[in-house]
Ligand binder design. Structure first.
Ligand SMILES: C[S@@+](CC[C@H](N)C(=O)[O-])C[C@H]1O[C@@H](n2cnc3c(N)ncnc32)[C@H](O)[C@@H]1O
Length: 209
């Protein structure tokens, strides 16, 4: 699958061979991640937040920031009126930076793609920026997010177009009894300052029920 042509930390995470390799790369990147992504003009969290505000009422709670990283979204969710946000991430180093912001009600070091330790319909909304991408999480991460989202709730994700075209859109079609594709953006470049970035799109799923 295409992953673009990137150097440094970004190149390393896109090229990770397995989850422990990926977590180790993110652990090393954690303290400089936000500064480097600011230089790259990183837009996924902003676009996902915009979609969430259109599909989930202010104050809906609890929320899950899935693949929260250093917690870019956590603070903005609070500012825009969403309380009790929990962070989930593979990388303890990224979660440690997120924890230092004191904006998350709970932090979970867990892997998307397998079974998650939350009850059916537990979260009113789920947001995931920059996670459904090359070498990270694919369509195999969808089923559990859908299971833990309450009926009527919203799941907002950014998805690399290579994933989208490589089976993700098809999987959403297969899950149509459980979720409706409420909105999808046009493809956009998530890091305009980083040459060779493969476009992403952002989607809002409505949990049926
Ligand atoms: C590009 S960062 C995005 C972080 C944050 N959402 C943001 O937009 O700044 C991707 C994050 O996904 C996490 N991640 C990658 N694979 C994961 C998985 N299978 N389960 C949970 N987190 C994962 C990484 O540790 C990293 O923190």
């Amino acid at each position: 699958m295409g992953q673009g042509n990137h150097d440094g930390h970004l190149g390393a995470v896109y090229a990770a061979q397995n989850q422990s390799d990926l977590a180790a790369h993110y652990d090393r990147w954690a303290t400089s991640y936000e500064a480097e992504m600011a230089v790259a003009g990183y837009r996924n969290p902003t676009i996902c937040l915009a979609l969430l505000t259109r599909h989930l009422p202010r104050g809906a709670t609890p929320l899950l920031d899935a693949g929260a990283g250093t917690g870019l979204l956590g603070e903005w969710l609070g500012i825009t009126g969403y309380g009790h946000v929990e962070a989930l991430d593979l990388s303890p180093g990224m979660l440690a930076v997120a924890a230092s912001k004191n904006v998350y009600a709970a932090l979970h070091q867990l892997a998307l793609g397998g079974k998650l330790p939350f009850g059916d319909g537990h979260f009113a909304g789920i947001i995931s920026a920059g996670v459904f991408t090359s070498g990270h999480v694919g369509a195999e991460g969808l089923d559990e997010l859908i299971r833990i989202c309450r009926p009527g709730g919203a799941i907002v994700l950014s998805v690399k177009t290579t994933l989208w075209d490589g089976g993700f859109a098809e999987r959403i079609g297969e899950l149509a009894a459980l979720v409706e594709l409420a909105e999808a953006t046009e493809p956009y470049v998530s890091m305009p300052g980083e040459a060779g970035t493969i476009p992403s799109l952002a989607i809002a799923l409505r949990r049926r029920g």
